[in-house]
Design a protein around this ligand. Structure first.
Ligand code: 8GP
Length: 817
C-alpha cells in the first residue's frame, strides 16, 4: 500500500488560512503576538473540521452495510494527545508541517501544547484506545463508550522526593476534539424503589418508581483509522442535572442548597477514580458505572430500533464487550429493559443477554475482583438487585442440577456471596456472557485453572484467550519517526497496517550498514529524551550510556523495588571497583502510585533517595545515573519508549495479566529483561530466547515457593550483596536525616514473608543483568538483537487482536473497502 493520498476534502491549500480564521473566530483571539497554544488550537479546529467531513462521508457506507456492530464499554480510555495521531492517520503530515512553518512555528512545538486526555489509569484504558485505533483502521464497525471525566488521572509532581497529586483539569483551555451532542440527552435513574403492578392482561410486572434522574449528554471523539478511510466514534457521557437548580430554595435565599442537587448529579462525571485496582464500596463509583451502562444501552437500543429488526435479532446486530467487570451492571440493565420495558419473557430476554455480552478479565489479583455490598447496590439500583437475585437463583439451579448436593460449590459460584452478601461482579459477567477472555496466554490459563476452574467445568469452551496488542501507528510510526523512516526506506510502508511485514527486516540484522543506521536512529531518540529530561528536571543525562527503563504504574507486584536493589548493588560494585567492566548506565524509572497506596508511595521516595545519593557521588556518577521521571503519561511514553535500550518487565510471575508496555518497548528495539509473566512469555517465543533476558521463578514455581512457606531471611543470609543492599536501605544510608523511612518496606520483605518474592528472584535478576552488560559491550551483537526484536513483533499489533475478537467473540466481519 502506498502512502495514503490525502482525499480532496482535506484541502491542505487552505489550511494556513483556516488556522488563522479559527484563532480569530473560535478562540476569539488576536493573531499577534503569535502564541503557540492559540495556533495549536487553531490547527486542531482545522483538523477537526476535516475529520467531521470524513466522518460524515464514511458514515453512509457504515449505515448502508447494515452489518453487526460492536460496542466496547469501558470506564477508561487513555488516548493521550490527538493532534499528531490524527495528522499521521489522515496522511496530512507534510501539509501540516508546511502550514505550521508558514505561520512561523514547528509542527512539533505546536503538538507539545496539547494536554493529554488522561481518562484512564494505565494498561486497561490504554488498551481500549489502541483498540479504537485498530477498529477504525481495520474497518470493524463499532463504537467505544465511556465517561467524559472533567478531571482525568491526577498530575504527579515530585516534591522533596515524594509524590504529590494535582487535579488534572484537562479541558480547562477547551478541547477541540470533543463534539458535544446536546441534542441527544438521555435520562438515567437512581435510587427510588421497585414497584410491582398488574398489567391490563393480568400479568405481574415491575417498574422503577420514585427514582432520581440525571441527564447523560453524549460527547463524541472521532477516531480516524490509518489511511483516513474509516472513522470510529468514541462516545463519552457527561452528566448534567435534570432540574438545573431549585428555584424555590434559591428564592428563599439558600443559594448553596439550590445548587445541591445539580452538584450531586454532575459529580458523576467529575473525576476518574485514580486506582489501578477496583474501588470497593464507593457509592459514587457504582453510580458512575451505572451511568455509563444505562446511557449506552439506551443509545444502542435506539439505534437498533431505528434499523428495523426486533429484539430476537438483537444479538445478530449487537455485540457488547465488557472491558473488565466495571460495566457489568449492563447484564442486569439489559434484562430490566427487555423484561420490564419491552415485556419479553425472562427466558427469551436471558438468551438475548447471553448471546450479546462478552467479558474481558484484566487481572488475577484476588483483591482486585470487584464486589458490591448487596444493600448498597439495592439502595442505588433497587430493581437491579432483584434482577441479579433472580439470575443467581436460576443459575444456582443449573449448578445444583450439574452437581447435586454440592452446597459448597453453589456457595463458591453464587453471584451474591451468601456469607458476605456481596455481589461478585465477575460471576455476574461470566454467567451473563457467551465468552470470557484473558489478555495473554498464561493469564487465560490461570483464569481457567486457578481463578475460575468451576466455571470452566460448568461452561466448557466459554473461556478463551486474546493476547493484547498495541497500535503500531502511535507506538512506532508516530512516536519514533527516526526508526520508522529507516524501516520504510528498506521494506516500504505496508508494515503500518500489516505489522507481520516487519519480519522482512530479519536478514538486515546481518548487515553492518543497516545496523549502523539502526544505532543512529536509537541515538537520535536518546538525544531527544535527554533534552526532554533536561527541560523537565534540569538534569543532564548522557546519550552514550545504556538507557535502562521501567515505566508503569507503581505496584508491589511490578517490583520496582527489585529494580532498586539492582541499582544499589551496581552502585556498591562500582564504588568498590571504579574500573569494573560494565557499560555506563542511566536508569530511568517512572510511574504514578494510587494516592492511597502507602507502600507504592514509599517506593517512589526510595527511588528518589537512591537517585539523589548516586547522582551526587563523584566516584560513580559518570558510570551510573538514576532518574525518576515525574508524571508518566502517554505523551511521555512516546518520548521515553523509542529511546529505551533495556525494558524492565520484572513482575512476580503469574501476577501481570499481560502488560502492553513490554510490547511497545520491544517494537521500538529495546531488549527486554523480564520474568516469565503475562505476554513476556509470548514475546520471548516471538523474538527468540537469545534476544531477551529472562530470569526468575515461573508462575508455577512462585505458587510452589509460597505454598512451601518461603523464608526470605535464609535467602538474605546466604547472599552478601543482597544483605548489604537491604541493610543500606534499612539503616538510612540514602536518607541519613530520616533513617527509618524505609523500615515499612523492609518489614514487608523480611517480617511478612516477602509475598512478591523480591528476594527470591534477586540473584537471578543480577545474573540476567550481567548478561545484559556483556552483550551491550558488543554493540554489533546488541544491535542485531535489537533489530530481531522489532522484526518479530508483528503478532503484537492491536490489528491482530481486534480481528481475533471480531472473528472469535463478536462474530463480525470487517467492512470491505
Ligand atoms: C491491566 C493489567 O494489569 C495489565 O497486565 C494488562 O496488560 C492491561 O490491564 C491490559 O489488559 N489491568 C488494569 O489496568 C486494571 O485492571 N485496571 C483497572 C482497575 C482499573
Amino acid at each position: 500500500m502506498a502512502k495514503p493520498a490525502a482525499p480532496d476534502f482535506h484541502q491542505l491549500e487552505s489550511l494556513g488560512e483556516d488556522i488563522k480564521r479559527y484563532v480569530l473566530s473560535i478562540l476569539g483571539n488576536d493573531l499577534y503576538p503569535p502564541d503557540p497554544f492559540r495556533y495549536y488550537s487553531g490547527l486542531a479546529y482545522a483538523i477537526r473540521e476535516r475529520l467531521i467531513r470524513m466522518w460524515l462521508a464514511t458514515q453512509a457506507s457504515y449505515y448502508d452495510s447494515m452489518s453487526k456492530r460492536v460496542y466496547y464499554l469501558s470506564m477508561e480510555f487513555l488516548p493521550g494527545r490527538f493532534l499528531m495521531n490524527y495528522i499521521t492517520n489522515m496522511g496530512m503530515e507534510d501539509g501540516c508541517r508546511q502550514a505550521a512553518a508558514d505561520l512561523g512555528f514547528s509542527l512539533d512545538d505546536l503538538a507539545e501544547e496539547e494536554r493529554d486526555a488522561g481518562l484512564g489509569n494505565g494498561g486497561l484504558g490504554r488498551l481500549a484506545s489502541c483498540y479504537m485505533d485498530s477498529m477504525a483502521t481495520q474497518r470493524i464497525p463499532g463504537y467505544g463508550y465511556g465517561i467524559l471525566y472533567d478531571y482525568g488521572l491526577f498530575h504527579q509532581r515530585i516534591v522533596n522526593g515524594w509524590q504529590e497529586e494535582e487535579a488534572d483539569n484537562w479541558r480547562r483551555h477547551g478541547s477541540p476534539w470533543v463534539i458535544d451532542r446536546v441534542e441527544h440527552l438521555y435520562e438515567v435513574k437512581f435510587y427510588g424503589r421497585s414497584e410491582a403492578y398488574t398489567d391490563p392482561q393480568g400479568v405481574l410486572r415491575y417498574r422503577w418508581a420514585e427514582a432520581d434522574t440525571v441527564m447523560a449528554m453524549p460527547c463524541d471523539i472521532l477516531i480516524p483509522g490509518h489511511g483516513g478511510k474509516h472513522v470510529t466514534n468514541m462516545r463519552l457521557w457527561a452528566a448534567a442535572s435534570s432540574t438545573g437548580f431549585s428555584l424555590r430554595d434559591f428564592n428563599q435565599g439558600d443559594f448553596l442548597g439550590a445548587m445541591q442537587s445539580k452538584i450531586h448529579s454532575e459529580n458523576i462525571s467529575k473525576v476518574l477514580y485514580p486506582n489501578d485496582e477496583p474501588i470497593q464500596g464507593k457509592e459514587l463509583r457504582l453510580r458512575q458505572q451505572y451511568f455509563l451502562v444505562a446511557a449506552t444501552l439506551r443509545d444502542i437500543i435506539r439505534r437498533h430500533k431505528k434499523s428495523g429488526p426486533g429484539f430476537d435479532e438483537f444479538p445478530d446486530q449487537v455485540a457488547i464487550q465488557l472491558n473488565d467487570t466495571h460495566p457489568t451492571i449492563a447484564v442486569a440493565e439489559l434484562m430490566r429493559i427487555l423484561v420490564d420495558e419491552e415485556f419479553l419473557g425472562w427466558d427469551e430476554a436471558w438468551a438475548i443477554c447471553r448471546r450479546t455480552f462478552a467479558y474481558t478479565n484484566h487481572t488475577v489479583l484476588p483483591e482486585a475482583l470487584e464486589t458490591w455490598p448487596a444493600d448498597l447496590l439495592g439502595r442505588v439500583l433497587p430493581r437491579h438487585l432483584e434482577i441479579i437475585a433472580e439470575i443467581d437463583r436460576r443459575f444456582l439451579l443449573e449448578v445444583a442440577a450439574a452437581h447435586p448436593g454440592d452446597q459448597g460449590r453453589q456457595n463458591r459460584l453464587a453471584i451474591i456471596d451468601p456469607a458476605s452478601r456481596r455481589v461478585r461482579m465477575a460471576h455476574l459477567a461470566i454467567v451473563g456472557s457467551h465468552k470470557v477472555n484473558g489478555v495473554a496466554r498464561l493469564h487465560s490459563d490461570i483464569l481457567r485453572e486457578k481463578v475460575f476452574p468451576e466455571f470452566d467445568a460448568l461452561y466448557p469452551g466459554k473461556f478463551t484467550n486474546v493476547t493484547n496488542g498495541i497500535t503500531p501507528r502511535r507506538w512506532l510510526l508516530q512516536a519514533n519517526p527516526a526508526l520508522s523512516r529507516l524501516i520504510t526506506a528498506r521494506i516500504g510502508p505496508d508494515w503500518t497496517t500489516d505489522l507481520d511485514r516487519l519480519a522482512e527486516l530479519l536478514p538486515l540484522a546481518e548487515d553492518p550498514d543497516f545496523r549502523k543506521d539502526w544505532r543512529a536512529a536509537k541515538r537520535e531518540n536518546k538525544k531527544r529524551l535527554a533534552r526532554y529530561v533536561l527541560r523537565k528536571s534540569g538534569m543532564g543525562i548522557n546519550p552514550d550510556t545504556l538507557f535502562d527503563v521501567q515505566v508503569k504504574r507503581m505496584h508491589e507486584y511490578k517490583r520496582q523495588f527489585l529494580n532498586v536493589l539492582h541499582v544499589v548493588t551496581l552502585y556498591n560494585r562500582l564504588r568498590r571497583d571504579p574500573h569494573l567492566a560494565v557499560p555506563p548506565r542511566t536508569v530511568l524509572i517512572g510511574g504514578k502510585a494510587a494516592p492511597g497506596y502507602f507502600m507504592a508511595k514509599r517506593i517512589i521516595r526510595l527511588i528518589t533517595a537512591v537517585a539523589e545519593t548516586v547522582n551526587a557521588d563523584d566516584a560513580v556518577r559518570s558510570r551510573l545515573r538514576v532518574v525518576f521521571l515525574p508524571n508518566y503519561c502517554v505523551s511521555q511514553a512516546e518520548k521515553v519508549i523509542p529511546a529505551a535500550e533495556l525494558s524492565q518487565q520484572i513482575s512476580t510471575a503469574g501476577m501481570e495479566a499481560s502488560g502492553t508496555g513490554n510490547m511497545k518497548f520491544a517494537l521500538n528495539g529495546a531488549l527486554t529483561i523480564g520474568t516469565l509473566d503475562g505476554a513476556n512469555i509470548e514475546i520471548m517465543e516471538a523474538v527468540g530466547r537469545e534476544n531477551i533476558f529472562i530470569f526468575g521463578l515461573t508462575a508455577k514455581e512462585v505458587e510452589a515457593t509460597r505454598a512451601a512457606g518461603y523464608d526470605p531471611g535464609r535467602r538474605v543470609a546466604a547472599d552478601a550483596e543482597l544483605a548489604e543492599a537491604l541493610d543500606m536501605i534499612g539503616r538510612g544510608y540514602f536518607t541519613p536525616s530520616e533513617p527509618d523511612l524505609f523500615a515499612p518496606i523492609l518489614d514487608n520483605l523480611l517480617r511478612h514473608g516477602d509475598y512478591y518474592l523480591v528476594t527470591a528472584d534477586y540473584r537471578a535478576c543480577l545474573e540476567a543483568q550481567d548478561a545484559v552488560n556483556a552483550l551491550y559491550l558488543d554493540p554489533e551483537a546488541w544491535t542485531a538483537a535489537s533489530i530481531r526484536n522489532t522484526a518479530n513483533m508483528g503478532f503484537f499489533s492491536s490489528d491482530r487482536a481486534v480481528l481475533e475478537y471480531a472473528k472469535n467473540i463478536w462474530n463480525i466481519e470487517p467492512l470491505g473497502e
